[in-house]
Write a protein that binds this ligand. Structure first.
Ligand code: SF4
Length: 352
């Protein structure tokens, strides 16, 4: 089968035309492209940990962490390195291959960098891929993270160039493109995507995907987020996006960026199983898993594994995993699925 070429010259008309395809034609095309580059039944699984929460000086109108909005978020200082490594160990035991650490910052301060470096090194030593999202990065900070062993850096474009000023005013679109360039130049893999359902026009969704696909090198990972409406933020009451429009975004992203992992990201908890299955059919092949990992029961992770079992989806092996680790990881996932299936059938005498 001929492979779709990677294009970096998409026009808005090209992208709009993809969005206007009949739904079945669009999904068929996306699934065809997907199978040329990936195992259609494999999904990469990452865990996200907030290593510093709230009190962010930026004004992103969707975000609970901005200090400018009255939200319920509990502010937390930068976590200690050993606590981060503890969380990474749990994530690994529960099947994640990549550990993403996020801080609500405009940019990291120089005094924070030694702690950040130790987190990257420690998580890497556990055999997990590392990803960070810390805001804007200078070329030298990007270089420092690369030398520490950072695999991925997440920095989203959020929306189209045209809609951007409606959403954020404290940093420019160009600032974001500059950070992506610094990350790319340092040799770190780029994770960059956006959010839909921000009250944007359809042409803005096309514009966002056009910007991402036309970067000098397409991002390795493309998170597509559905806005999670947070009370107290300026976008807390915006109209819902039609779920079919979201699935179309996934399919168009897959067609335009055939070799990138397209990640079903924020907003997934609000999607039912059927919608998630359609997103996988449209070419999504990465998820965040068990976001409430540090709460004890972690039912979200069990629900994800149940869905994977129903759909016959396997988790993708991480680059940092050995074959033995992959085997243990599959066993641990299987155990979780079996435990969940049997939960209603067995009486656990040890708990009585
Ligand atoms: S920079 Fe990040 S943490 Fe800060 S307000 Fe924007 S999205 Fe939220």
């Amino acid at each position: 089968m001929n492979q779709a070429p990677i294009r970096n010259n998409w026009t808005l008309d090209d992208v709009n035309s993809l969005f206007k395809l009949p739904f079945n034609d669009l999904l068929f095309q996306a699934q065809t492209v997907h199978r040329q580059h990936f195992d259609a039944n494999e999904v990469q699984v990452s865990t996200l940990l907030s290593i510093k929460t709230g009190a962010c000086p930026e004004d992103c109108k969707y975000c609970s962490q901005s200090a400018r909005y009255a939200t319920d978020i509990e502010k937390e200082k930068l976590m200690a390195v050993d606590k981060v490594l503890e969380a990474a160990q749990i994530a690994k035991a529960q099947g994640s291959t990549r550990f993403c650490m996020g801080a609500g910052w405009r940019n990291p301060k120089e005094r924070d960098m030694p702690h950040i470096v130790n987190m990257v090194k420690g998580v890497r030593e556990l055999g997990l891929e590392t990803c960070m999202t810390l805001g804007m990065l200078s070329p030298s900070q990007a270089q420092t993270l690369k030398e520490a062993g950072l695999d991925y850096y997440n920095h989203n474009l959020d929306t189209s160039k045209e809609h951007y000023n409606q959403i954020i005013t404290t940093r420019s679109y160009q600032d974001r493109l500059d950070t992506l360039e610094n990350v790319r130049e340092a040799g770190i893999k780029v994770c960059s995507g956006g959010i839909v359902g921000l009250g944007e026009q359809a042409s803005d969704r096309s514009g966002l995907l056009m910007q991402l696909a036309n970067l000098p090198k397409q991002p390795d990972s493309v998170p597509i987020n559905m806005l999670v409406k947070i009370e107290g933020t300026p976008l807390g009451n915006v109209d819902d996006l039609d779920p079919f429009e979201f699935i179309r975004c996934i399919a168009v992203a897959r067609i335009m960026m055939p070799k990138s992992h397209v990640r079903l990201s924020a907003g997934r908890e609000a999607m039912n199983e059927q919608m998630q299955a359609l997103c996988f059919l449209a070419g999504a092949n990465s998820i965040f898993y068990g976001c409430k990992l540090l709460t004890t029961a972690n039912p979200e992770a069990d629900a994800d594994m149940q869905l994977f079992a129903k759909l016959g989806i396997n988790t993708e092996r991480g680059q940092a995993q050995t074959a033995e680790e992959q085997y243990q990881h599959e066993q641990s996932l299987q155990t979780q699925i079996v435990n969940q299936e049997n939960a209603d059938l067995f009486y656990d005498a040890t708990q009585a």
